[in-house]
Each structure stands twice: as structure tokens, then as C-alpha cells.
Design a protein around this ligand. Sequence first.
Ligand SMILES: [Zn+2]
Length: 709
Amino acid sequence: MKLTKLSLFFTLAILMSVNASAQNSKAAKWCASDQHLEEMKMQDPNFAAVREQLEQYTIDYKLNNDASKKKATVIIPVVVHNITHSGGQGYVSKNGIESMINRLNIDFNRQNTDASNTRPLFAPFAAAVDVEFRLAHIDPNGDCTEGIVRMENDLSFYPVPRDNVKSVSYWANNGARKYFNIWIIDEIETVSTGGYVAGYAQFPGSNNNGTYGVVIVDQNTSFNDRTLTHELGHCLNLLHTFNYGWCSGNDDYCSDTPRQYESVTSACNTNQNSCSNNEADYGNADVVDQIENYMSYASCQNMFTLDQKARVESILTNTNVNSGIGHLATNANLIATGVADPYNPAICTPIADFTYDKEYICQGDSVAFTDFSYDASPTSFNWLFSGGTPNTSGDANPTITYNTPGVFSVTHQPATTAGSGSEIKSNIITVSSLTADYSGLIVDGFENAGTFNSDWRIENIDGGGQPFTRITTTAATGTASVRIMNRFISVIGEQHELISPSYDLSVLANPTFSYKLAFARRASSNSDRLLVWRSLDCGYTWSLVMAPLQGSGLSTIGSTLNTGVWVPGANDWATKSTSLNSISTETNVRFKFAFESGQGNNLYIDDINIDGTLSIEDELTKITSFSVYPNPTSSSARISFNLIEGVENLSIKVRNAVGQVVTNVINGQSFSAGKYSLRVDEEKKLASGIYFIEMNSDGNTKVEKLIVR
Ligand SMILES: [Zn+2]
């Protein structure tokens, strides 16, 4: 039995399409920090009290300190965890992360070019907060770092609960919080009223070493996006200017940010004035909303205020381990994290990693590999590709062709002057022969264990303990069938797959595909699902070939439920079949059974049949001893064949690996009986690769492979 844990690309394609549609627009209320604060208060009974203590500390600080005074810039060491999934969804480059940090520093020091857009009413209150964020250059182990961690994890997409993604990577250093943590992921969540959440922050005061920081989605990290500026404001104890959403009651504890309603804050209307009861700094006059403020939802943000600056200063001077974050900015911590002056670029040894765009290909196809190393900008690369052409590369992102069937490994060694990293991924590229394993009529009842093991591929997508298994205890016909012990799968949605060998359908007229199924539910609510797919490209892409069967539609014993360990009787099997006419000319077809558990009972499959009418009248039967030589060739090849009788309308063409006609050797000519030898490529030499010599006579086709070196 073959067990692998590779996820298949059809699954990725579905995820990506869901992803694309979910992320098309930022929600009107795109920040989830307030919800997150409320959830933390519910989970931690002490949290609200610590937040109140912190507010009292802030009030006292503001009484004794003048925020309008210029102070020494406070430096904060930062680590960015870029969590991606599905081969790189959510990825932000090092340059992108650096420009994101650059934007923070520009905004927090009021060096932004749009500062001039602050209206005269508010300009006197605009403040440089005097905080600088620096990517850490020493990691929690004391090693060299660029302050960027890259991890591949499915929690990058819609983690539930949302904070779970932080467990993938967090830098605290054994409880002593030394780094400000920022996570970039692919998607946080969508909002019921439309759009997606762009970011959320954890307010200080949580005493929670494992989660303090900001989560932001990748598409809101560009230099011109202020999402991170806003979220960092929350982490430094700034509230929304519309805090609690109404004109009376709590606001943001800043008297220079006029009160405003949450519901009208997403636009940039300079006449917007959602509350008439405004604040002390404006003489309690009725002034317009401060849509310029980074802590609003408006898209024309360009300022923090002096009162906001005072709140940030307060939290950065508070070294109380429960409530403050002042320990981040101590001189000792700046040295420990490698961000003290002089702050120069870090030159570290790369942590090697890479991604690739295909796992399953046909021979002659190519795979694009992408360097995914981090913690350094490699200055040289050394790739090794078993079975690949070429089998080594010094490029950052090489594309490699695989001409021989097999399962192959890849080694990646990126280097800087500090040293080289190494990552070996074993058996990741599966290359299938272009010549189908079987042709004509197929009857496969899994009766032969050896044939089953060599022909059928079992994919345990989620690593569950009950994959597809050949059994000999029950069968629709014969003695063997394939079973999923779904009765013992407890995870709803757990996926398992069974992939067939390849079939040549072109020799059949009106081909059909059928199989026998047996399945019972345990409860009427069971949501188990079976999908049957087919691939024409050796398993790279898949299309549904039959309508999905789910719940009661999957049951083969009607409405009867069975809570035991179900074994089908002779009458409990159903035959499912479909026409393959739409792909009847295909010469390399695979089928895949994909099962998703929904807590029902066991599922059994047997008797895979490909039926149809074998072509009898075939002009090409007059051709014998058809051969191509030399093969492989490095010069012009020849075709030789014998004709037992004359043929009326013979064509011979050469196709490349993707099916394009490269040259016509002969085109619809008549030949009398005899022996023939023809040159394939007399004038123009074929480039190296795989070709197919295709003989065609009155709709009948015969194909021979030619390899040119
Ligand atoms: Zn917010």
C-alpha cells in the first residue's frame, strides 16, 4: 500500500477560489480589535480589571507629562511572522515587509507626505509620536535574524478561533517579552455584512505572553496602506475615535479627537459631523469628525493627536509585567534583540525552504521551483533535482523538466557569505508515463493484491488513521474490494483519496465508466460525501466526472440507518456509471475517488469498469513493423513501416509534448503495399524534448514516442 501525505492541487484550487472571492473587498468595519477585546474580557476574568488599572496609570501619566514636548525616539524591536498556506498564499516579500515597517515609522513620526492634508482645525493637535519600529537582528536563540519568520500552515486562512494562528510562531523568549510580534496571514475572517477583516490587534494589559501583537492580512501590507498603523495604535493602547460607536458614553479618552459615530466613519466626507457634543480641546463646540485620524475607519487617514501620543508614551513607560510594554524599549532589550544603534543590515545564514507549482506531472512536463528561504537574502543557490533536466541549478527560481517517469526528491541550498542553508524534500514530484498503463476494456475488481498496490495510489490527505484499504472480507463480486472504515473517523471533513492507474480510451467507441458502491449512514444528519474526478494530465488538474453523492444520496440502503460496524450484504451494492464520450479520444486518463467524512458508516468500492465498443475496422492494421529510429535521437530520425495492403489517405505528423503539430511528414497521401522509410525532420532539427509521431488513416491513429536529445 502506498501512503503519502501530499495534498492535491484540485483541493488547493478550490481553496484559492474561495479565498479570492472572500477577499475581494475590505469590510466597512475592517478592524476586529474591539470584538477581540470583548472576547478576551470574557475569557479572562482579570483582564477587565487590569485594563482599568492601566487606564488609571494613563490618566496619572497624562497629568504629569506634556505630550507636546519633543522626546527621544523610543525604539521597539519587531518580529514579523509571515504565515502562508497552499504553496505560498499570503506571502509578502522581504522588500514588502521592510516597506510596511517603513510606513509605520513614517506615520508614527509624522513624516507622511499627506500630513499637509490635515485640516487647519485639527493641525494644531497633530503629533509625531516619536516611536521607531526595527526588525530584530537577534532571535530568541541569540542567533542572527532579519526579523522575519516564514511558516507554511493552514491557519493562515481563516483561523478559528482567530488567535490560533499565533501559535504557529511567536517570539517571546521564555516568558520575557522581548519582541513586538506582527503576523501576516492570508485571511483573518469575512464579515456577515460583506467584505473581510483587514487586521486586529491585542490591546496591552492582557498579561498574555503568547498572543500580544497585531495580525494583518497580506493584501493590506503595502506601503500606501494604513491598516498596520491603525492596528499598532491599538497595541499601543489607542482606541477607535468612535469607541463604543455612539456620541455619549465612553469615547477614546482623548479630548482632541471629536466624538463620532462608528456607522458613518468609512467615507472621507469633510462635512461629516456625526456627533454634536464635542470635546474640551474644541471648546466643547460642535466640530466635524476627525476623518484624518489613524484610529478611524476613514480612508483619508494622516494623523495621530497629542492626546493619543500621551497614551502611547504612557504605555511605553509602563514596565508593569501585567499591563505595560515598556520592557520592549529598554536599552538592555534593544541590545538583546539586535536593534540598538548602530542598526545595520543583518547578514545571516539562510533558513532554506522552497515551494513548487506541481506535484503530479506527465513525463516531459516542467515544474517551477521558487526559493522560499528566509532570515537572509541569498547571494548564491545550489539546487539538486533527481530525475530532472537539468539536474542542478544555480538560479533562485529554476524551472525543471522531468523526462522520465518516477518519484523524485529535491535539495535546495541557498547561501550568503555567512553560510548556506539546506532543505531536502523527499519524493515530492511524481512523474507519470505518457503511455497509459491500460487500454481498451477494463474490469478491475481489486482481486490481485500486487496489481492493486502497484496500480492504485492512496492519498491520506489529512493523515487520518482510516485511509482507503484493500480488503478481502467482503466484495460486490469476487473476494476483494476497497473500504474506508469511516465508522471510526471522528473528524468531520477528513479527506481520503484513491487514484486509479491511467487508461487509454481512444481505442473505444462510446466509452463508459462505472463502479460499485456500498455505504450506510449512522444518522440522518450524516454529511459524508464522495466525489469522482478525472485527470487528463497525469494528476496535475482534476475535473468532476460524476455528480457528487452526499448524505442520503450516498446511502445504498435507502433510509435505513446502521450504528454498528457496517458490512454490506450482496444486495446492498449500487452500480454508478457515466458516459465518457466527451473524453473518448483521450489516451491518458486517471480517475480519483475523493471521500470526505461526515460521521456516517463504512464505505466500500468495487468493480471499476471501463466499457465501450472496440474499433474493429482499422486501416492501420495494414501497417506492420512501425518503428522510429534512432530513438532517442540527437539528429534527424527516420520512420519505417511495412504496408500489407495499399492505403488511400495516410498522414504522418509530429506533435510536441503539449500536442502541438511541429511538422507534417506526409499529408493525406496514397501508398501501395511495400516497405517504407521516411525522414521525420529533414530540414529543421527538432529541439530536444519528447515528441509523438502520429500516423493517421481515415480517423484511425497510431502513435509512437520520439525523444530528441
Ligand atoms: Zn481598529
